[in-house]
Ligand binder design. Sequence first.
Ligand code: NAD
Ligand code: UDP
Length: 313
Amino acid sequence: MKRILVTGGAGFLGSHLCERLLSEGNEVICLDNFFTGSRSNVVHLLSNPYFELVRHDVTVPFYAEVDEIYNLACPASPIHYQYNPIKTVKTSVMGAINMLGLAKRVKAKVLQASTSEVYGDPLIHPQTESYWGNVNPIGPRSCYDEGKRCAETLFVNYHEQNKVRIKIARIFNTYGPRMSPNDGRVVSNFIVQALNNKDITIFGDGKQTRSFMYVSDLVEAFIRLMNTPDNFTGPVNLGNPSEFTMLELAEKVIKLTGSKSKLIYLPLPQDDPTQRQPDISLAKKHLNGWSPSVKLDDRLIHTIEYFKPLSNI
Ligand code: NAD
Ligand code: UDP
């Protein structure tokens, strides 16, 4: 049995990861300050004697004897990470320093939840890990993008200087149950709007693309990545290469919900990336042939079912 720390464990991705780690017989410490996550995401785990929920902020050092750390703490939706940009940078940077310091002291392996946002508005397509990105350092998204880029730098520095065992996962857009219905991300927004027969808000002309991965595919990749040999650190792209425009996504959601919603066009937020698609060759090679197994249509239906009781907002 391993003792595993999951920061941001009460959030969307973290709660699914905690569930999976417990189901494999591990002891899990879930650390969260509940900024965007909630107890309700993990309430079903509280009766498990091997699960511990700790209210704590990653910008403050944390001490525990653990074997592995998954560092997920950070708001992920643009409206949440732009709410207090200074705090977002602190969470990424000080959170990384605190978790790397802990990993160094207790000789734990540590995995960083990085993001496709490190590529910014990419000028090469699809994105490979060797691409350095096209990021505005002073724009509205920079608190998140540059915070995550600095965290990657810290991970590599701790690995090279202090021999900390690290893994860096660059996660592309992921969806599924327990996304917050009002955090402004496109999948949850469109579903909630469609279920309420409200206008579907297309930002810009809707021709910008994203590639959507279902949460279970990501959790599988996280665990495989953590178990790779120590000389494989990443960064490695984790995403589903099937790419859709936001108009295509809106049409799918309207069809699957049988909604009467109409599309309305709103201004494109500043620095909104025009295209995004992962090249996952490196993940396939190092994660035992991993590739996403879930198709968007199949799991969109499941996600729509999850949102039905929550959609009256
Ligand atoms: P989320 O907002 O649901 O989860 C983030 C969790 O971190 C929440 O529970 C929140 O309360 C917690 N948190 C935030 N600041 C904290 C702090 N200072 N101290 C302790 N806890 C804190 O978002 P998510 O989608 O589950 O994302 C999890 C991680 O994955 C994030 O680091 C995000 O950047 C990364 N990521 C997610 C996606 C995606 O599509 N979901 C894509 C790329 C990267
Ligand atoms: N988007 C949209 N309508 C919405 C919410 C988002 O058209 O109601 C667009 C947004 O402009 C972006 C894409 O959907 O181009 C994905 O947005 P999200 O915030 O989910 O993720 P990110 O931009 O971080 O990839």
